[in-house]
Design a protein around this ligand. Structure first.
Ligand code: FRU
Length: 494
């Protein structure tokens, strides 16, 4: 089914069928990267959440392992093993997750331990049973080691309308003491639109420099659900966090629940959940189209996070460069903006780097048009806005299927007239992840209908001539293998 779906990705990680959402339990253990994820092994709807599991030594070859965690009938997680993270300790993986039961509004923190990195046993007791006072939402633990103790953040909404990350500490990973809100903020406007909302899911913390940390959150609206992603950069004052800068984590419409992995070489990696943008009335709601194709969601490319003078910087993990195959095209010149010029063909899984410039008088700017149907009606545009210099990624005409979501999203680049912006775009059948050289990211889904060969055109806006350079490669698929026992059957759950 899904393999015939022209929208099924090849360079993005996911199991062959069914529903996935958040990356969970990201940990480097026993020489391998472990990526767990929210997974419904029985269907394509967001329900009955398990932890799926994939493991890799190089981020390119992945083994799908048996389900790591399954809801226990009548147990504390009877209605879902929800999101959390994991740590590697003394040859074991210790996982922390949000235990879902439909008969309570909060999700206590539960734990599970694995001796072989594959099979998990639940800890006997819940680790945090009750939410702290004055919370109205509470889920998704994130545990890390800091000096002589373990620290845990949990996503929350406070009764006074603030989104929050609340903190606990422990000496043994079993007994946790409540410290208080690490950070709590009223909804605050984000660059590029939206705000940090009244509830925070999947809070994550990275100490990116000795005195600077990044608090990553997924903004959740009590009425509308998943809204967007944000990151506060600031100072870790142990009990609390002093925010200095608020940034959007991803400028696109389709990435949520980013989660972090601290690699042994010191790198901070992140994966996000890239959801569908088909005919669901809202994120996670049933979709007839998704029912038809039998799969939903994927993980983003692994991204490397660093701190620069621009703040948090994201780029595809360097391993992804090794998926580059045949170079398809390379151009570099100034283009006239009043006509579309054919650049060359592009595969459906492609990696391209480009420089897009603005004219010196500010009257025009360069752009790229990925033409996906023979008649040219279906196209995805990546261009600079002639008037503002914003980078615009536009799927308004990417599909003639009326069910596909539309719209255009922008990244504020601040590039002046006469200047140019360097970008990289990884395109994979129905998803594009665009990165600026300043480290901003934009993730978007699109659903072209035709089976035409894809072509790239120079398609600027305004008048004059603007700089344009492009190099593109075919991207080879990830190698994703199912291990000894097949993933996707309930019987394989521990
Ligand atoms: C975020 C989220 C988490 C929750 C999980 C359930 O997408 O809502 O807060 O633990 O998904 O699948």
């Amino acid at each position: 089914m899904h393999h015939e779906d022209p929208h099924y990705p090849r360079a993005h990680l996911r199991p062959p069928a069914h529903w996935i959402n958040d990356p969970n339990g990201l940990v480097f253990h026993d020489g391998a990267y472990h990526v767990f994820f929210q997974y419904n092994p029985g269907g394509v709807r967001h329900t009955d959440m398990h932890w799926g599991h994939a493991r890799s030594h190089d981020l390119l070859h992945w083994d799908l392992l048996p389900l790591a965690l399954a809801p226990l009938p009548d147990g504390e997680d009877a209605d879902g093993v929800w999101s959390g993270n994991a740590v590697s300790l003394d040859a074991r993986v210790v996982a922390f997750y949000a235990a879902r039961r439909n008969d309570r509004w909060w999700q206590p923190v539960a734990g599970a331990v694995s001796d072989d990195g594959v099979r998990f046993n639940r800890m006997a007791e819940l680790l945090v049973e009750q939410p702290p006072p004055d919370t109205v939402m509470f889920r998704d633990p994130y545990v890390w080691h800091d000096r002589d103790r373990w620290r845990m953040l949990v996503g929350a909404a406070l009764a006074d309308g603030r989104g929050a990350a609340v903190q606990y500490v422990s000496g043994d990973l079993q007994h946790w003491d409540y410290v208080g809100p690490f950070l709590a903020q009223h909804p605050t406007a984000l660059p590029g639109g939206g705000n940090t909302e009244e509830g925070w899911e999947c809070v994550q913390f990275a100490s990116l420099a000795p005195d600077r940390g990044a608090l990553v959150l997924s903004a959740w609206d009590p009425a509308d659900g998943a809204a967007g992603t944000a990151v506060y950069l600031g100072e870790d004052c142990a009990e609390t966090f002093e925010p200095h800068v608020l940034q959007r984590f991803d400028y696109g419409p389709d990435l949520y629940a980013p989660a972090l992995l601290h690699a042994p070489d010191g790198r901070w990696l992140a994966w996000g959940w890239v959801w569908e943008a088909r005919d669901e009335p809202r994120v996670g709601a049933p979709s007839a189209w998704t029912d038809e194709v039998g799969w939903a969601g994927m993980l983003s490319l692994p991204r490397e996070l660093t701190l620069t003078e621009h703040g948090l910087h994201q780029a595809p993990a360097r391993e992804i460069d090794r998926l580059r195959g045949r170079q398809r095209l390379e151009i570099g010149h100034a283009v006239a903006l009043d006509e579309e010029v054919e650049i060359g063909r592009l595969g459906r899984c492609a990696d391209l780097v480009a420089t897009l410039g603005r004219t010196a008088d500010g009257a025009g700017a360069a752009g790229l048009r990925l033409v996906m149907s023979a008649d040219g009606r279906e196209h995805l545009d990546i261009r600079l806005d002639a008037a503002t210099g914003d980078l615009v990624v536009d799927r308004e005409a990417a599909s003639t299927d009326p069910r596909a979501k539309r719209g255009a999203w922008r990244v504020p680049t601040g590039v002046p007239a006469g200047g140019s912006v360097d970008i990289r775009a990884v395109i994979d059948h129905s998803v594009v992840e665009v990165f600026t050289s300043a480290g901003q990211a934009l993730t978007m889904r699109f659903y072209p209908t035709g089976d035409a060969v894809w072509r790239l055109r120079a398609a600027g806006t305004g008048t004059g001539r603007a700089p344009l350079a492009v190099t593109a490669w075919d991207l080879n698929p990830l190698v994703i293998e199912s291990g000894r026992r097949h993933l996707g059957t309930k019987e394989s759950a521990s």
